[in-house]
Design a protein around this ligand. Structure first.
Ligand code: UDX
Length: 439
């Protein structure tokens, strides 16, 4: 089929490229001319493992094209996928101006029946609003479909090609059949439901995953007080097939471009419907507190006096395998340590440039490699779960630091391994050395 994807961010570029990979003829549209030029040259503006090779191979065989003009391609397309950003407004609501702008442009240029697919994460009811906007300028046939994405950064290509499920929210059977055709080349359950249910499935999924993480982070606090080990507790509850082992990793909390935005938007949406989503408010509060607990514990280790202390922070991205620092807990703790007078050095495999922009004006030394980062440090903090940190030569780290103390905000290690190198290893929810000791 001929598919046009509007928006070439994480969702749009991955979706467009993977749709081309499964055989469709795809044109990705973006208003950013420079970005389109770079994409045509095979320059991928985001770090997403495997994406660059897929873009290049599909451009080469002519299944993937790029343009800045939707009107130029709209006549030839069977499906238009809206994959533009829906950032948070200051009041927490999703900002839908970019979605509305695309809908306006579609309405002004549509000539024949087309399925309009909302892949951007949008509040329940947005599908109806998009329909109304298109109807303003176009009286012919079309369908608006909700097809939310469930892509994790760092594994987005795999998540698209091997999803647990494809959710198709459609008002009519014709639209549902079009989308089933689009995803024919993708395995995984295809759930056809209403537009509103599909829109809510997206928010409820992210909110539930965030809830799992905030839940295990609170259990970690209990572990500290009860002398239990959060890794064993998480493993033990995860063996229950009704709970499952994933998204039960205690740490300094969740960040990224989705969880914070989507959880906030769902909380606001509930409020708009007059419902007080008490659980979700607590999930957000627990997450905000988690990174503060962590910083407080490191400060306590220095009796509250951080001035001049050399703190080496390994990791800036909001999670491993990405360059994204949006709502990153790691960036937050860098800022908190620097504001408390510490002499901060930081390292990340991919996210340093993005973090420098986000931390403009904050005194941080950005190291070229992890060993340079920890050299002479009074404490080493692990803030992002980059798998490479596990493979570092920790005996060498032990020789380089001024003070052999590691605070692990992502519980990457077994404590015994670190203690073999003579390192004092403090992590989350384990061995009673982390978490407020207040009873
Ligand atoms: C998330 C959802 O997983 C994905 O389905 C949705 O489409 C977009 O939002 P993403 O934001 O890329 O994906 O990251 P994810 O892997 O979900 O991690 C989110 C945050 O939770 C990260 O900060 C990560 O460090 C943290 N996390 C994740 C934990 O703290 N513990 C865990 O067990 C898992």
């Amino acid at each position: 089929m001929n598919i046009t994807v509007v928006g070439t961010g994480y969702v749009g570029l991955v979706s467009g490229t993977c749709l081309a990979e499964i055989g469709h003829s795809v044109t990705c549209v973006d208003i950013d001319e420079d970005k389109i030029k770079r994409l045509e040259k095979g320059e991928i503006p985001i770090f997403e493992p495997g994406l660059d090779a897929l873009v290049l191979s599909n451009v080469r065989v002519g299944r993937l094209k790029f343009t800045t003009s939707l009107p130029d391609v709209i006549d030839k397309t069977d499906v238009i996928v809206i994959a533009v950003g829906t950032p948070s407004r200051p009041d927490g609501h999703a900002d839908l101006q970019y979605v509305y702008a695309v809908a306006e442009q579609i309405g002004q240029n549509l000539k024949k029946y087309t399925a309009i697919v909302n892949k951007s994460t949008v509040p329940v009811g947005t599908g109806k609003e998009v329909e109304d906007i298109i109807r303003k300028n176009y009286s012919g046939e079309f369908s608006v479909v909700s097809c939310p994405e469930f892509l994790r950064e760092g594994s987005a290509v795999e998540d698209f090609m091997k999803p647990d499920r494809v959710v198709i929210g459609a008002r009519d059977d014709r639209a549902a059949q079009v989308l089933l055709e689009v995803f024919k080349g993708i395995r995984g359950e295809k759930l056809v439901t209403t537009v509103e249910s599909a829109e809510l499935i997206k928010y409820a999924s992210n909110a539930f995953l965030a809830t799992k993480i905030s839940f295990i982070n609170e259990i970690a606090q209990i572990c500290e007080r009860a002398g239990a080990d959060i890794e064993e507790v998480a493993y033990g509850i995860g063996l229950d097939s009704r709970i499952g082992p994933r998204f039960l990793k205690a740490g300094i909390g969740w960040g990224g471009s989705c969880f914070p935005k989507d959880v906030e938007a769902l909380d606001q949406m509930a409020g708009m419907y007059g419902y007080d989503f008490k659980l979700l408010s607590a999930v957000i509060e627990v997450n905000n507190d988690q990174r503060k607990h962590f910083v407080a514990k490191v400060m306590e280790h220095f009796e509250g006096k951080l001035t001049g202390k050399k703190i080496a922070i390994l990791g800036l991205a909001f999670k491993g395998n990405t360059d994204d620092i949006r709502e990153s807990a790691a960036v937050d703790i860098v800022r908190m340590f620097a504001e408390n007078g510490a002499d901060v050095s930081a390292f990340d495999y991919e996210a340093t440039k993005n973090a420098q922009r986000a931390l403009e004006g904050v005194a941080v030394r950005y190291a070229e490699d992890p060993y340079d980062c920890v050299n002479g440090a009074d404490v080493v903090v692990i803030a992002t779960e980059w798998p490479q940190f596990i493979e570092l030569d920790w005996a060498k780290v032990a020789r380089l630091v001024a003070n052999p103390v590691i605070f692990d905000g992502r519980n990457l290690f077994q404590p015994e391994r670190m203690r073999e190198h003579g390192l004092t290893y403090i992590s989350i929810g384990r061995n009673g050395e982390f978490g407020d000791q207040k009873s």
